[in-house]
Structure formats: structure tokens, C-alpha cells
Write a protein that binds this ligand. Structure first.
Ligand SMILES: Cc1cc2nc3c(=O)[nH]c(=O)nc-3n(C[C@H](O)[C@H](O)[C@H](O)COP(=O)(O)O)c2cc1C
Length: 153
């Protein structure tokens, strides 16, 4: 099982969550390609069996600049990823109300549009509740890995 991991981040938190996720997935025996910066070419070249995206939210529900080009390039090239299992870890702050984790939500909707298949409901990490998002992502990651392994995705 080969997993591609991408991230979109303003201050580096989502990048760190993605880096730690890569380590955890490797330790669990997955082959991991950590794609940074996120580009459509790198994603397609990796030709992975599954995709994980860790993405924060900035502005009023906007995507971080480091993943905006990826988002628009995916929309214009629209490579179909039919049935490919994916997961999204969204980082946000519930204090932003209606725009909580909208960056991750945009990535999730994009992947659904290109017909990828959500392996596990998106994880939302709330910066107003935790200062250890890498730790908090671990149980979700273990479920994600199990879903990929069991082919339940
Ligand atoms: C200027 C600014 C705007 C933000 N806007 C939102 C938002 O609209 N929705 C949200 O859920 N979180 C928002 N956040 C919170 C960040 O997404 C959260 O702190 C996240 O952990 C940052 O991760 P990063 O270091 O990877 O960028 C905002 C943070 C800042 C500083």
C-alpha cells in the first residue's frame, strides 16, 4: 500500500501533522511519498494507492497559499481518481465559527469531485482546544491505516 501525503499550511502546523503522519504510516508498514510542496504533477507521478491531505484554514475559511495552486490546478486539469481512497485532516479554530475547518472541507470536496473515495470521515483538529494536533491525530490515523489495509475504503 503506497500512500501520498500532502499538506497546506500557513504557520507550519499542518505540515508538522503531515510529517508525523508520514512517520506513523511508514512505521505501520506503508510506503509513503511525502509531497511538499503540493503539486498535481507530483501527486500523479507518485501514482499512490491512497491519498492523505493535512490542511489548515486561513483568512475567512480560505485555503493556505501553499495549497492554493494545487487546488486550482486540480480543478482545471480534473484528473479522475476514481475509487482512490483518501482522508483529510483539517486544522482550524472553532472560534472562527462558520468557517471552521473550511480549508480542509474544500480539499475534501475537491477529492470527491474527482471521484476519489473518502476512507474515513474528515478529522477536524480545533486549535482552541488542543496544542498537540500531531498527538490528537494518532487514533484517527490508526483507523485510516486499518481502513486502507482492510480495503474497506
Ligand atoms: C489569520 C488567521 C485566519 C484563520 N482563519 C480560520 C478560519 O477561517 N477557520 C478556521 O477554522 N481556522 C482559522 N484559523 C486557525 C488556523 O487554521 C489554525 O490555527 C491552524 O492550526 C493553523 O495551522 P497552520 O499552522 O498549518 O497554518 C485562522 C488563523 C489565522 C492566524
Amino acid at each position: 500500500m503506497h500512500l501520498a501525503i500532502l499538506s497546506g499550511s500557513v504557520f507550519g502546523t499542518a505540515d508538522e501533522v503531515a510529517d508525523e503522519a508520514a512517520e506513523r504510516c511508514r512505521a505501520a508498514g506503508l510506503q509513503v511519498t511525502r509531497i511538499k510542496p503540493a503539486t498535481v504533477d507530483a501527486l500523479l507521478e507518485a501514482n499512490a494507492d491512497a491519498i492523505l491531505v493535512c490542511c489548515s484554514t486561513t483568512g475567512m475559511g480560505e485555503l493556505p497559499a501553499t495549497i492554493q495552486d494545487f487546488y486550482y490546478d486540480m480543478q482545471s486539469r480534473f484528473p479522475l481518481l476514481t475509487g482512490k481512497p483518501f482522508g483529510v485532516i483539517a486544522l482550524g479554530d472553532a472560534g472562527y465559527g462558520d468557517t471552521f475547518c473550511l480549508g480542509g472541507e474544500q480539499i475534501r470536496e475537491l477529492l470527491l469531485e474527482v471521484q476519489a473515495s473518502e476512507a474515513l470521515p474528515m478529522l477536524r483538529l480545533d486549535a482552541s482546544e488542543t496544542v498537540t494536533p500531531e498527538e490528537d491525530a494518532k487514533p484517527w490515523l490508526d483507523d485510516f491505516i486499518a481502513r486502507l489495509r482492510n480495503g474497506q475504503a
